[in-house]
Design a protein around this ligand. Sequence first.
Ligand code: FCB
Length: 438
Amino acid sequence: MFLWGTATAAYQIEGAADEDGRGPSVWDVFAHEPGRVRDGHTGDVACDHYHRWPEDVALMAGLGVNAYRFSVSWPRVLPSGAGEVNAKGLDFYERLVDALLEKGVQPVPTLFHWDLPQALEERGGWLSRDTAARFADYAAVVAGRLADRVPLWITLNEPFVHMAYGYAMGVHAPGRALLTGALPAAHHQLLGHGLAVRALRAAGAREVAITNNCTPVRPASTEEPDLRAAEAYDILHNRLFLDPVLLGAYPDLSAYPPGMDCVRDGDLEVIAAPIDALGVNYYNPTRIAAPEAGAGLPFADAGLPDHPTTAFGWPIVPDGLRELLTGLKDRYGAALPPIHITENGCSQEDVLTGDGTVEDEGRIAFLRDHIAAMRRAMAEGVDVRGYFVWSLLDNFEWAEGYHQRFGLVHVDYTTQRRTPKASYRWYAEWVRSQNTDT
Ligand code: FCB
């Protein structure tokens, strides 16, 4: 059965930051530091999903989706990252899972969507090898409770973005700006993934996946320097996080200063543990040119000026999804597991009118065109098993705070009132037509 779903993440929707024994995460600390998040927004309350989850499950039932990707908050389950389990935290996810199952919605949990317990950050975060082992322990705790009811598990969300934004550039939590000194955060996340695959299987998980942010990389020209720069970017964004998992080896990182001396014998075997599916988050392609002389990085982002953009300024290139998926198949061949598009969507300047409607035609076109591109890839032989719209609800969009709205459902952050947008009705119709076709 093809999974048609929506996606969210804990810190972006739950709120209840101090409730029922939850510990602080790096995002709580980061968002409360002045100047980090636009307009000082935080996830303290967010969509108040921790209290309003029955209403949100009802919204999913109304949508008719058969799957929901959410993330488990590590500090809600293990307030200090390790050791003592917070029973109330686990109970919350159990109630959610059971309510979803009751409505015929398959729960698809992600174990790490960037909200590392602050206690682990204070011991080095993902720069520390120990965090990988703690992640596997945490995975065992959650799966120990839920693996009997949850068929598909996702270990990490977008380790590239977490490394690049959180550790290299410092625009996301934990706010470190180490440039290529961030590479150990890649290796330790991947090691954590591999150790968690083992732990999940030992706890009875049937299927395990990792979700990567993938982008098709387009060289700005056919000139040699642009081609070389594009290859260097492709290595950093895509291959660094896929080759070790699917092929058991890191790509050639010689375009970058050495930074992977943290890799130990045997690590790659752990990281390459077989997985059952690959989660792919797609937002846009990336066009890359050679850098200016003396630039710190071996590539420069040349932008995609000939395309319309979302409210975020991200280029809208639906066929990039087909290009990405067929490119993955060409690159990895038989080593490529079945794919789930675990995120795809767009932010828009939505307007809630006086009569309580949001006519987000742009989002409808975006989703329709991307689903069509996914289907072209499937017709070209790519095995895609699921598609999840980012996002069910408008939510806390990291460094942008509440400014970017990605939801199928509008959220008024003052009243917490949820209003389904036109795109919600469109997606409900689409999902219904798919279920009657098959
Ligand atoms: C992805 C993140 C997700 C959301 C979307 C817009 O990179 O995984 O949490 O913020 O971007």
